[in-house]
Design a protein around this ligand. Structure first.
Ligand SMILES: [Fe+2]
Ligand SMILES: [Fe+2]
Length: 407
């Protein structure tokens, strides 16, 4: 389901939905603001079609599903039993702030030991967030700027690596903790090689040596843990031996690095969306499957897919009966039939318990299309020299095993 569709003025009488964007005249005068409900618009502006035609506008962008905001969506999720847990926004903010500070310290050639120590102490809290549940909710939003992306990429790779490790080795807690640290630091070697825009993977030289610089930075800071060090050094090694810096292959690549490399690829796919658009999680998953063949450890890719599901929690889906909803939880054994929070009438009946459809039980209904991601986590960073807002963060969704299903 494309959540935004262009609707011809000829069809406007039969359509439901809201205006997805401001409608501007060719001279940029605002004709209709975004967010207006089409039905309300028809009553309030019976001259709408004539007005638009007069300005040469023959179709308008319409958002088809109910206009629930991310915060309304979160409120609804909290009414589900047991409650859905999300990544602590303050912890995300502080982590990104500390990462930014370390990057800055390296670039300005300042002493960085204190910054690294502070980041490590903040990062100790990330595994606790990971253990809140067994599934990942993708939180996608607008593209961050180059400077913002670095720190958020580190945080996302840290959390994703931790989720994969926790799924593969639930009893090996120390390993998950080490991987969250490795994920945070995996690309920090890039800071030695230029400003955020420059160090964005464009230069081949940066690409080839940043794992070694990152490993050296950690060793110099007194970190001797082999899983942390190997995850940074070897996160660009490839299963078929074509990676760098050591050209390792198969099981010779340290396990920690095999996990961080899959997390790294997935977050990079999400960030590499075309200008002005977000990569939807279902598109990112298709891309992940097609790009991992031969280069990545299949068991690790499978663990990531199982954590995310084909319809990740937070994605909007259109059902075969025409209704749409938001995926709450997927099951590892049946990724095609998740539990779905129906969006019909949610706005009108907010005081009622939201209606949840279990597709495993409702076998006559299936998912027709996957759409936009609703489970966004608006991310407000701590203020730091007037920078803009980082905007991509992963969060964790507790698998709501005991959800009450309404018939
Ligand atoms: Fe890297
Ligand atoms: Fe990376």
């Amino acid at each position: 389901m494309k959540s935004v569709e262009s609707v011809s003025l000829d069809r406007i009488d039969q359509e439901k939905g809201v205006l997805a964007r401001d409608i501007l005249s060719p001279s940029s005068v605002l004709l209709l603001p975004a967010g207006l409900d089409l039905a309300a618009l028809r009553t309030a502006r019976p001259d709408m079609v004539g007005l638009l035609r007069k300005h040469g506008i023959l179709e308008i962008p319409v958002k088809k599903h109910e206009p629930i905001t991310p915060s309304e969506f979160r409120t609804l999720l909290h009414r589900v039993v047991p409650p859905v847990s999300t990544l602590d926004p303050l912890l995300a903010q502080v982590t990104v702030y500390q990462m930014d500070a370390v990057y800055d310290g390296i670039r300005k050639r300042e002493a960085r030991e204190r910054g690294i120590r502070s980041l490590l102490s903040v990062a100790q809290n990330l595994p606790g967030e990971i253990r809140k549940g067994s599934q990942i909710t993708l939180s996608l939003a607008e593209k961050p700027s180059a400077g913002e992306r670095e720190a958020l990429h580190g945080l996302n790779v840290s959390l994703l690596s931790g989720y994969i490790s926790d799924r593969l080795f639930p009893l090996w807690r120390g390993f998950t903790e080490e991987l969250t640290i490795g994920g945070l630091f995996h690309d920090m070697g890039k800071a030695f090689l230029g400003s955020p825009g420059e160090s964005d993977g464009g230069s081949e030289r940066i690409q080839l040596i940043h794992p070694l610089l990152g490993e050296t930075l950690l060793r110099d800071s007194g970190i001797a843990d082999r899983h942390i060090l190997s995850s940074v050094r070897s996160h660009h090694e490839a299963w078929n031996g074509t990676g760098y810096p050591d050209g390792l292959s198969g099981n010779k690549i340290p396990l920690a690095a095999r996990i961080v490399s899959v997390a790294n690829l997935f977050d990079s796919i999400l960030a590499a969306s075309p200008e002005g658009e977000r990569t939807r999680s279902d598109q990112a998953i298709s891309s992940l499957i097609s790009r991992t063949e031969g280069r990545f450890d299949r068991a690790v890719v499978r663990a990531l897919l199982a954590s995310i599901g084909l319809y990740p929690p937070g994605s909007v889906v259109e059902l075969s009966d025409g209704r749409s909803g938001v995926v709450l939880e997927t099951r590892e054994r049946d990724l095609l039939r998740p539990r779905v929070l129906l969006m019909e009438g949610l706005r009108k009946n907010r005081e009622r318990l939201p209606e949840i459809l279990d597709l495993k039980k409702e076998t006559s209904i299936h998912i027709r299309k996957a759409g936009d991601d609703y489970g966004r986590l608006p991310f407000t960073p701590l203020e730091r020299e007037g920078r803009g807002r980082p905007r991509v963060v992963f969060r964790k969704n507790r698998a709501p095993a005991g959800i009450k299903i309404q018939d």
